[in-house]
Design a protein around this ligand. Structure first.
Ligand SMILES: C[S@@+](CC[C@H](N)C(=O)[O-])C[C@H]1O[C@@H](n2cnc3c(N)ncnc32)[C@H](O)[C@@H]1O
Ligand SMILES: [Zn+2]
Length: 390
């Protein structure tokens, strides 16, 4: 039973937000709630072992805070990426096994991918992969590298392409990509265009040919991983960085000049009218797994909290205390129609607001790379509780 109303000291004060650590930020999601605020609500309005419900769980904050505070929890989200982020944040995995799986992928494709970015030091002529390149109107106009491994020379700006850089891009442009890459269209099945598609027609158009090739090889190597769980982790590691390898990264992030990195900050498939940054796919995957906000750091943290959490196969497992969490990928209306009366002690939720963020449309790039759901667009337009009519 939930707390008796008389026992409750209501939350009528401001809760200062605490910083999000790696287990909260390793994968991009929109309108992520501040973890300690959610935790305060759960602690104030429920007791240990109570059942918490979040029908719109997004990146999983309610699930994480409920479990951290010894509550049971039932959550749903329509978006397969949201429930996958939630599941894989909570699912324990040996850091060593995950690192070894990363190493297997590295052995297979790192050199092959890095050859797509080979450049020469402008000071000593040493060959090594560039960090990023600047493109404008489908033309590569500049290359940048952090540090030459031989002479430490750095190239931060105004470094135009030499004849080798141009020859490499020509070769890539003439080659054919034979591994899988998504070509899903930004249209609903009734012909309506996505509200947020801007000038793109399909997912592959979000990338330069070079990055599309690199990503296709990377995904192919990930798919060769034999363990399903490790493969799932590597795939979500891939989706945590794939947008950083797209054309949607402006050359100055929020007005700041960051010479070697950029990010997708718009709530749309941003189409660059001016220059944009093409980032090295291998570097981005490496930091998605091993970086300071990467998956390994996140798992080291989350394993401590969720090491013995029991996942439910159905709602009853949670209700009868045989499991701690049930995650449902689908419409919350389906989930809630199956909940027995009086089975929930406290609901914490944060539904979508009108048309402001098109969660489904914006996740489509990730969903199509991960091949997560064939009928995703139809499913979205009929179930997403959002305004997406133009
Ligand atoms: C505001 S976000 C939740 C963010 C979450 N509080 C967090 O901290 O990450 C709203 C979520 O509702 C989901 N959604 C929209 N329609 C839905 C439906 N019919 N059933 C379940 N989830 C839905 C969206 O996919 C989105 O993830
Ligand atoms: Zn050099």
């Amino acid at each position: 039973m939930a707390k008796n109303v008389k026992e409750i000291r209501h939350l009528n004060r401001q809760i200062p937000p605490l910083a999000h650590t790696s287990m909260y930020v390793w994968h991009k999601y929109w309108s992520r709630k501040t973890w300690n605020v959610v935790a305060e609500y759960i602690k104030t309005y429920s007791k240990e072992r109570d059942i918490i419900l979040d029908p719109f769980v997004g990146s999983g904050i309610t699930a994480m805070e409920a479990l951290k505070n010894n509550r049971r929890v039932i959550v749903s989200d329509l978006n397969p990426i949201a429930t996958e982020i939630t599941r894989l944040t909570i699912t324990p995995i040996s850091e060593m096994k995950l690192f070894d799986a990363f190493k297997r992928v590295e052995k297979k494709v790192k050199d092959r991918i890095n050859k797509l970015y080979l450049t020469r030091c402008r000071n000593c002529g040493e060959k090594f992969p560039l960090t990023c390149a600047i493109w404008e109107k489908n033309k590569c106009i500049e290359i940048r590298y952090k540090k030459c491994p031989k002479c430490d020379n750095s190239c931060r700006s105004k470094c135009s392409l030499d004849k080798h850089d141009k020859a490499l891009l020509n070769k890539i442009n003439k080659s054919r990509i034979t591994s899988f890459y998504p070509t899903n269209k930004f249209y609903y099945s009734d012909g309506r265009p996505f509200m947020k598609k801007e000038q793109y027609e399909s997912v592959d158009e979000l990338f330069t040919k070079r990055n599309l090739q690199a990503l296709a090889w990377l995904m192919e190597a990930i798919n060769e991983e034999k363990s399903k769980l490790l493969r799932d982790f590597l795939k979500i590691g891939f989706s945590s960085m794939v947008h950083l390898c797209s054309n949607m990264n402006p050359i100055s992030e929020g007005g700041h000049f960051t010479p070697f990195s950029s990010a997708w900050i718009q709530h749309s498939y941003w189409y660059p009218s001016g220059p944009h940054m093409e980032q090295n796919v291998w570097d981005k995957f490496d930091s998605a797994i091993n970086g300071h906000q990467g998956l390994l750091k996140a798992k080291i943290e989350s394993n401590k909290w969720f090491g013995d959490i029991r996942f439910a196969k159905n709602i009853e497992d949670v209700i009868h205390n045989k499991a701690d969490i049930y995650i449902y990928n689908g419409s919350c209306l389906d989930l809630m129609s199956k909940l027995p009366d009086n089975s929930i002690d406290f609901i914490f939720t944060d539904p979508p607001y009108d048309s402001s963020i098109q969660y489904g449309e914006l996740s489509y790039m990730w969903v199509s790379w991960l091949n997560a759901k064939d009928m995703f667009v139809d499913y979205l337009s009929s179930n997403e509780i959002i305004n997406n009519k133009n």
